[in-house]
Ligand binder design. Structure first.
Ligand code: NAI
Length: 348
C-alpha cells in the first residue's frame, strides 16, 4: 500500500482524536508517527496507532496532562510528563531544552513519567534544526536478555544523536541498543514475514526466525550494547527517580495505568565550544568525506550514519510511503478500540 505522508498524518490524527486525544496532541503524535513511516522506520510509525488508541481508551495515557518544567539548575530541569503521550511530552521537553541551551549553552532535561515516545530522532532533529547538537535516550519495556543471561532485564533503550551541518544539512543517528527494536518484530508479524536468526530468541532462549515465536531480544554487539542499555537506564530512569531495569512498565500490560517512563535530552549549543558556522561546515564535510570513501565489495556507497533514512524519505516522497495493508485498513476503518492487545501479550 502506498500512501502520501500528509494523508497518513491526517488519518492517524483522526483516529487518535476519536480515541480521546485533544486535536493538538493528536496532531503531534501523528506528526511523530508519520515522520517515522516517511523514513522507513515502520516499527515506530502508524502501526502503533491501534495500540495507542487502546491505551488511551483504557485510561493508561493522560489526555489532559499538567505539564511542568521544574528548573533544577541553570542548565538542567525535570519536565513532568504526567503520563501523557511520550511524543507530546518529549517534544515539549525538547523545546524547553533548546530554549535553556540557548540561554546557558547547554541543557540537560529529563522527562519524568510519560508514555511511549516513538522514534527518538524526531526529538534530536528538533534541536539540530534549531542549530543545536542533541542526544536523547529513553527507557523501554524489559524485553532483552542481558549478555550471558536467559531472563529479560533491560528494554531496547534507544539512543539518538543529531548535529546541525551547513545549509540545513544534519547528521542524525538513532538506534535501539538491541539488534532490532521490538517494533521490527511487530512489523514482520504484520507483513507475515520471517526475521533473521540473530535478532531475537524464543521462550527457550534459542535463536528464532519466526516473529510470532519471539519472547526476547538480544543486545547489539553483545556486552557493548548491553552496557549502553545500562547507561540509558541509569540516565533516563534511576537519575529521574523512576522504575528501572526489569521494573519498567510493559507496553501491553496494565493498559489502564500510566507507564511512568523516562527520557533524557542533552542539548549543546556548538557556539559555546567553537565557531558554530565552522562546526556546521565540518559536519557537512564529514558527511561528504564519508560518502567519498571507496565502498567495500557488496556495497554501492558509503552513507553517513543515518543517511539511509534520508534516502528512503526522498524515495517515499516520489512513490508514497510503503505502508502495511493491515495498518492502512485499520486507519481508514470505522473502528476505534479493537481490544487487540491483551494484558498478557509479549512486552513491546
Ligand atoms: P535501525 O537499525 O534501522 O538503524 C540504526 C541507525 O543506523 C539509524 O540511525 C540508521 O539510519 C542507521 N543506519 C542503518 N543502516 C545504515 C547504513 N547502511 N548506513 C548508514 N547508517 C545506517 O534502527 P533501530 O535500532 O531498529 O531503531 C529504530 C527506531 O526505533 C529508532 O527510531 C529508535 O529511536 C526507535 N526505538 C524507540 C524505542 C522507544 O521505546 N521509544 C525503543 C527502541 C527503538
Amino acid at each position: 500500500m502506498r500512501v502520501a505522508e500528509s494523508e497518513l498524518r491526517a488519518l492517524i490524527a483522526k483516529k487518535l482524536e476519536r480515541a480521546g486525544l485533544t486535536p493538538e496532541h493528536a496532531d503531534i503524535v501523528a506528526d511523530v508517527l508519520a515522520y517515522a513511516d516517511a523514513r522507513g522506520i515502520h516499527s515506530h510509525g502508524a502501526m502503533r496507532t491501534e495500540y495507542y488508541v487502546e491505551r488511551i481508551v483504557k485510561g493508561g495515557m493522560n489526555t489532559k496532562p499538567d505539564f511542568r518544567l521544574e528548573r533544577t539548575g541553570p542548565s538542567s530541569g525535570i519536565f513532568h510528563g504526567d503520563n501523557a503521550s511520550g511524543h507530546v511530552a518529549a517534544s515539549a521537553a525538547m523545546r524547553e531544552a533548546i530554549a535553556m541551551a540557548g540561554e546557558s549553552g547547554i541543557a540537560v532535561v529529563g522527562v519524568r513519567k510519560m508514555a511511549h515516545s516513538g522514534a527518538l530522532a524526531y526529538f534530536t532533529e528538533q534541536a539540530a534544526s534549531a542549530g543545536f547538537i542533541a542526544i536523547s535516550m529513553c527507557q523501554s519495556d524489559p524485553m532483552a536478555v542481558p549478555f550471558g543471561g536467559a531472563d529479560v532485564y533491560y528494554g531496547t533503550n534507544p539512543i539518538a544523536f543529531a548535529a546541525p551541518g551547513a545549509n540545513d544539512e544534519m547528521i542524525s543517528f538513532d538506534m535501539a541498543t538491541t539488534v532490532q527494536a521490538w517494533g521490527n518484530i511487530l512489523d514482520a508479524q504484520s507483513r507475515n514475514g520471517e526475521i533473521p536468526d540473530d535478532w531475537a530468541v524464543d521462550e527457550k532462549g534459542s535463536p528464532t526466525t519466526d516473529p510470532n515465536a519471539v519472547t526476547a531480544l538480544v543486545p547489539v554487539g553483545g556486552p557493548k550494547g548491553y552496557g549502553l542499555a545500562m547507561m540509558v537506564d541509569v540516565l533516563a530512569g534511576i537519575l529521574l527517580g523512576l522504575p528501572f531495569g526489569k521494573h519498567v512498565s510493559s507496553m501491553y500490560r496494565s493498559m489502564h495505568s500510566g507507564r511512568d517512563l523516562g527520557q533524557l535530552h542533552i542539548v549543546i549549543d556548538p557556539g559555546v565550544f567553537t565557531d558554530p558556522k565552522e562546526f556546521g561546515r565540518n559536519i557537512s564535510r564529514t558527511r561528504r568525506e564519508l560518502n567519498d570513501i571507496t565502498p567495500a565489495p557488496g556495497f554501492e556507497r558509503v552513507l553517513a550514519p543515518g543517511q539511509d533514512k534520508e534516502d528512503i524519505r526522498a524515495r517515499y516522497e516520489v512513490d508514497g510511503i510503503d505502508l502495511a495493508d493491515s495498518v492502512y485498513d485499520y486507519l481508514v476503518s470505522d473502528e476505534v478500540n479493537r481490544d487487540t492487545y491483551e494484558e498478557d501479550a509479549p512486552a513491546g
